[in-house]
Ligand binder design. Structure first.
Ligand code: CA
Length: 480
């Protein structure tokens, strides 16, 4: 019996041995132009390792995320489905917990022979009950509920670092530690295919970096210098991961994605050139991000100019791992674990085996925020409360010329597309409305602020006053 079990497990591992390793790296709040591989980067940018990775990758110039803040994007990324299918429209909603019934990366990949590890920020549930260690990850090193973590204070009982479900007492600079843990995981599991989800909290607030790193920058803006130092440290960690993959002989057959979870926050001096707006908006600066797909054994490096989405990462990874997804209809059952994915497998496109099909992409953060957007072909409609703007991205990537007044039919067409999509999404879990009410009745009393809105307003007020620029401060940043 033992022999049979051994033979069976040998058969599985032999088959699994050919499968690519998969690494999904998510940077946090990284500006579109704060990487060297964006030709419009500022002169002070120093990300040589990401640049070298980009030269070996397909650079997706129109890479989108499904949310304009941290946790909604992560909910979409983990499930390959619009997070709105689960009623997760805002940071507060997704941060309160991605339903445990949802099937995420490791639950697909583990049965296919993958070792699975999560490193860094989770932000899909406030406490241990939502831990990635309880939803398929073999190894976990990171923090749970908050969108931000102090970079130096790694032994804070108020905001612990966990290994698995145990609190650990750590020292060092968090970005370095996340890189080191990922490298150790690669080395440990090189004999089998592995899946690593590395979610840096860099370069999210608080603005903290080692003083000697900050001193390497001199833009005249201390916040900007600190932000760049944080980006530099993230780049160093990426350099070590790439070096480890190479020295362990795993580089060629590793499918690696690199994205940011949303656009750079302008209030934190991020640079999204040439895009309009930043984090918290559905202009391109909030949702179009640095986006790389690297798989040396299979993908020729180059540039990809059609829109792709963070929702595509799961389906692409599963296709690479030859994991089939049950194509159950989602209609009327948004809680179904194995529902149709919204993302698509990008491999046939990126390999040049298939031509890109026309595709519509949608964003919505519900009535509380009042942001929504739809992209169809080169057209994009953006709603911000009662203001609706129309842009032709083929001519106006910076969304500078609003064509809404000139083209009411196009506005109606795209609004209808968005309405049809939204009709299939779940109601917001916080029981708000899906869409901002653009025509409030005359004389209607202004809506009272909810508890969450009041807290957000207080947090923003505090963040304004705080302006952390030195390594000694350890503010708790707001948590979108
Ligand atoms: Ca973020």
């Amino acid at each position: 019996m033992k022999c049979l079990a051994l033979l069976l497990s040998l058969a599985v591992s032999l088959h699994a041995a050919d499968k690519p390793n998969i690494i999904v790296v998510v940077a946090d709040d990284l500006g579109y132009a704060d990487v060297l591989f964006n030709p419009q980067h500022a002169k002070e940018i120093t990300t040589p390792h990401l640049d070298s990775l980009a030269k070996q990758s397909v650079i997706c110039r129109q890479g989108y995320v499904s949310g304009h803040v941290c946790s909604p994007t992560r909910a979409g990324l983990m499930t390959g489905r619009y997070q709105q299918r689960l009623g997760l429209y805002t940071g507060g909603e997704a941060g309160s917990g991605l339903p445990m019934s949802e099937k995420i990366f490791p639950q697909y990949l583990k049965p296919a022979g993958y070792a699975t590890g999560q490193f860094g920020k989770w932000h899909l549930g406030p406490d241990l009950a939502w831990s990635p260690a309880l939803r398929g990850f073999d190894e976990v090193f990171g923090f749970l509920g908050r969108g931000a973590h102090d970079y130096f204070k790694l032994d804070d009982p108020e905001d612990p670092i966990y290994r698995g479900t145990e609190i650990v007492h750590e020292k060092g600079y968090l970005t370095d530690r996340l890189g080191e843990e990922t490298c150790a995981f690669i080395t440990k599991h090189k004999a089998q295919p592995f899946f690593a989800y590395l979610a840096f909290n860099a370069v999210h607030a608080p603005l903290q970096a080692p003083d000697d790193e900050i001193a390497k920058f001199n833009t005249g803006n201390k916040d900007r210098d600190t932000l760049l130092a944080m980006g530099k440290r993230l780049d160093d960690a990426m350099g070590k991961i790439i070096a480890t993959l190479k020295s362990e002989g795993e580089w060629d057959n590793t499918l690696l994605f690199f994205i940011s979870d949303n656009g750079g926050p302008l209030a934190q001096s991020a640079d999204n050139t040439p895009l309009r707006g930043g984090k918290h908006t559905d202009y391109e600066g909030g949702i179009r991000v640095p986006f790389l797909v690297c798989w040396p054994a299979q993908l020729k490096p180059g540039e990809w100019q059609s829109p792709v989405s963070s929702l595509d990462i799961l389906p692409t990874a599963l296709a690479a791992a030859e994991v089939k997804v049950a194509a159950t209809s989602v209609a009327g059952d948004s809680a179904k674990a194995e529902a149709t994915l919204d993302g698509i497998n990008l491999l046939p496109l990126l390999k040049g085996e298939a031509a890109p099909q026309s595709r519509d992409l949608f964003w919505c953060s519900g009535s509380d925020e009042g942001w929504w957007a739809v992209r169809s072909g080169d057209w994009k409609l953006v709603g911000e409360k009662a203001k609706i703007s129309l842009f032709d991205l083929s001519k106006d990537v910076s969304e500078a010329s609003d064509l809404a007044a000139q083209m009411p039919e196009k506005v109606a067409e795209l609004t209808k597309l968005h309405d049809a999509w939204l009709a299939n999404m779940a109601k917001p879990v916080k029981a708000g409305e899906k869409r901002y009410d653009m025509a409030p009745q005359a004389g209607k009393k202004p809506k009272k602020m909810t508890k969450e809105e009041k807290k957000k307003a207080r947090d923003m007020e505090r963040a304004k006053k705080r302006q952390p620029t030195t390594t000694n401060e350890s503010p708790k940043a707001p948590n979108p």
